[in-house]
Ligand binder design. Structure first.
Ligand code: PEP
Ligand code: MG
Length: 754
């Protein structure tokens, strides 16, 4: 049964549109469960009726016509109950309703299964039998399992089909694809689709007309890989043992073999583009090797996959190099990396639309800090079909419009204009201090990570840098940057802000920030080798970074060092030994270095309970609410499926912050917040009440937060916090803060910020 299930789901996933997806479902279900009728009803747009969308066994012309109001008939009963209804004699049930249009005869056996996604009934799968039949537990379990898996595929097929229609008839209707607000702002531009670098398995099929051109691209890539392999083997001869070098010969042999190259060329001639053809051929070869008895030959499967990846890299590099960005580029992908973001010149990057991730994903945070609107986690985004299409990405609401109508476009152009007016209004407070009306100063620092961003005029606004994510320059290279290269990067930032303090955070890779040249494969990367854990396991990397930071600060002395992901005091002790070693070495070498203030990020729950122990060892704390929220609430910050549970204004998060501030202040250590929470006007008000000493945020959020700080006294903020802490529901707390901002005349900030 598992096989059948898998096959049906695969077929449905591959269906080009909803109609075909539903037809596949009813055909396969009718045969598999051996019934007279299999049908699917789906909710209409208003959720007021359930419409017969596909059937095998009833009259086909009833499709689209039979509409059942909410609660009507047995179908209505399945929707209401949100569970299967299994009857051996449906007509005798009081909820039974005879539907003439379907050509129904009195069918007796009835089994209706709800198709549910994210807690909402999307539709019902119904099977019927003319004779009386009580469906068995096995059959019911099979259909429940199938329906649970079909919900996502149906949404996807629906969106893709809708999109196809829109692509064929642009400018008529504008339907929004729903994603999650990622980074605020509205983007209007043309879609530039990017794929994960050399991820062969994620490559879609695509039709080509210029077959000769495609063949040439493929042949060039194969030749380039042959050159690379020969080159590498030459360089490594004498370095690698002979058996390892033999691998390169084996790869070259495979590339020379007819089967791999010719099979791919055949597929290209049949009309698929080179990457798609390559994917299919490699998959075919890998399969052959994977089922071999001999373990040595089985191992070769991964070599073939690697070979495919190498060829694909060349094809992609050629395409990217030969593909200039649009004047207003909206970067679109299943998953967009920081590196891909950096490939588009900033002045041409209008927005980002990603099928995965959420507002707390690093790419969204980066977008926010660059002032680029982003929409994340767009389910059913037909990535492969969007290249060159006009898109509107609403980073406030999380909507994406493909080929919008003139009216929708005009509306968003108006919104963009309003937004720049608001920004202009906010600029009026530029230069004024971040002080509450009762005189409490709350310094506002900046979160930055892209050196090219530090020239922005707005940076003069920040009181310094509260978080410089050093991993960003690491992500954009092909190997670890050396000490001198790092020194130059850090020096630029320290110089740009001197004498204002700059907190350089030590390398925080792992989780969703993978270095292509230092791959770490783990089942649970966010609970794995991340941040300080990698640094301490690789003292050579950590020491190089420490030396570069300390040297960069020479003569400026505005450096502070901050360490991520600390979960025990022991880690801190080991890190301190290394930092002291770096300082000692540099002094010995005659460099003019001083011990900078050293702090840690509180982002692992264990650190919340150890502030006292930590405070004896460090100079300051900075709460990383992005991770702290994820770990406290056990909600993956990148997972769009659970994004609604990711709430920084959750009572548990507020209590944790309160506890950290109280414990740190008792020992005279200041506390900052540098997670995205600090840049959200409503949440910033909560942090003012929590007595956090300073806030650090992206440059685009700073004016809004300053406005909040200048509008509420500390006492008022404490009062609101007291009310918030009485509440149990995170959404109610958010509403409370939003309504307080509205009443304070700062409603514009929430509309533009939510
Ligand atoms: C955080 O976790 O809140 C934080 C600022 O670090 P990052 O988002 O880079 O993980
Ligand atoms: Mg973090």
């Amino acid at each position: 049964m598992l096989d059948v299930l898998r096959r049906i789901v695969q077929e449905v996933n591959a269906a080009p549109d909803l109609e075909q997806a539903l037809d596949i479902i009813v055909q396969r279900v009718r045969v598999t469960v051996n019934v007279d009728v299999a049908s699917v009803y789906l909710a209409d747009e208003n959720n007021s009726q359930f419409v017969l969308m596909a059937t095998e066994g009833l009259r086909k012309d009833a499709v689209g016509k039979v509409r059942l109001n909410n609660g009507e008939g047995l179908v209505g009963m399945v929707v209401e109950r949100e569970e299967p209804v299994n009857l051996d004699d449906a007509p005798s049930h009081p909820r039974y309703r005879f539907i003439v249009e379907t050509g129904e005869q009195p069918y007796h056996g009835f089994l209706g299964i709800p198709i549910i996604q994210h807690g909402k009934v999307l539709g019902i799968l119904v099977v019927r039998q003319r004779k009386s039949r009580k469906f068995g537990e096995e059959e019911e379990a099979f259909l429940v399992t199938l329906a649970a898996q079909l919900a996502g595929a149906i949404t996807h097929a629906g969106a893709s089909g809708e999109m196809l229609r829109l692509l064929e008839t642009p400018d008529e209707v504008s339907v929004a694809l729903q994603g999650l607000a990622g980074a605020s702002g509205v983007a209007i531009g043309q879609a530039m689709v990017v794929y994960p670098p050399a991820n062969l398995d994620a490559i879609p099929d695509r039709k080509v007309t210029d077959v000769d051109g495609e063949l040439a691209v493929f042949r060039e890539a194969v030749a380039a890989v042959q050159d690379d392999l020969r080159d590498y083997a030459n360089r490594m001869s004498g370095v690698l043992p002979a058996e390892d070098l033999a691998l390169f010969d084996a790869l070259l042999l495979m590339l020379g073999s007819d089967s791999l190259v010719e099979k791919t060329e055949e597929r290209i001639r049949a009309g698929n583009w080179a990457p798609g053809s390559l994917r299919e051929t490699i998959a075919e070869h890998v399969q052959v090797f994977e089922i071999m008895e001999d373990s040595y030959l089985r191992e070769r499967a991964s070599d073939i996959h690697d070979l495919g990846r190498r060829i694909l890299t060349h094809i992609q590099n050629d395409r990217i190099a030969s593909r200039p960005a649009y004047a207003q580029t909206v970067l679109v992908g299943e998953d967009i990396s920081a590196g891909q973001l950096a490939e588009v010149p900033l002045e041409q990057l209008a927005g980002i639309v990603s099928a995965s991730g959420s507002s707390s994903s690093h790419v969204a945070i980066l977008a926010q800090s660059m002032g680029i609107p982003a929409v994340m986690g767009v389910e059913g985004l037909p990535v492969s079909r969007l290249e060159g299409q006009t898109l509107i990405a609403d980073g406030y609401r999380g909507d994406v419009f493909v080929n919008p109508s003139v009216l929708v476009r005009e509306e968003f152009v108006r919104l963009q204009a309003e937004e720049s007016e608001l920004t202009a209004g906010l600029r009026e407070i530029a230069g004024q201090p971040s002080v509450t009306p009762d005189g409490v100063s709350v310094p506002l620092y900046l979160n930055i990570g892209l050196v090219s961003g530090i020239e922005s005029e707005l940076h003069s606004e920040g009181d310094g840098v509260g978080l410089y994510r050093t991993e960003v320059p690491f992500l954009m290279r092909e190997q670890f940057p050396g000490e001198e290269e790092q020194r130059r990067i850090y020096r630029k930032v320290l110089e740009a802000f001197a004498p204002r303090p700059v907190a350089l955070r030590t390398l925080d890779v792992g989780g969703d920030k993978m270095l292509s040249y230092f791959p770490v494969r783990e089942e649970n990367p966010f609970l794995g080798w991340r941040g300080i854990r990698i640094s301490l396991d690789h003292p050579e990397i950590f020491l190089t970074q420490m030396r570069a930071m300390l040297r960069a600060s020479a003569g400026l002395d505005n450096l502070t060092i901050m360490m991520p992901m600390i979960s025990t005091a022991t880690e801190l002790d080991i890190a301190m030994v290394l930092i002291n070693q770096a300082i000692g070495e540099l002094i010995e070498e005659g460099e003019e270095v001083h011990r900078p203030p050293i702090g840690i990020m509180i982002e692992v729950p264990s650190a919340v309970y150890q502030v006292k122990a930590m405070a004896r060892r460090v100079d300051f704390f900075s709460i990383g609410t992005n991770d702290l929220t994820q770990y406290l609430l056990a909600v993956d910050r990148n997972n769009s499926r659970v994004a609604s549970l990711y709430q920084s204004l959750h009572p548990a998060v507020l209590c944790a912050i309160q506890q950290v501030v109280e414990a740190a202040h008792k020992l005279g250590k200041p506390v900052s917040v540098c997670g995205e929470m600090a840049g959200d006007p409503a949440a910033a008000l909560s942090l003012l009440g929590l007595e956090v000493d300073s806030l650090s945020m992206s440059v685009s959020s700073l004016p809004r937060v300053k406005w909040v700080i200048r509008s509420f006294t500390r006492e008022e903020a404490r009062d609101i916090l007291r009310q918030a802490l009485e509440m149990d529901d995170p959404l109610a707390i958010k509403q409370l803060y939003n309504s307080v901002l509205e009443q304070g005349g700062l409603g514009g900030l929430i509309r533009a910020g939510n």
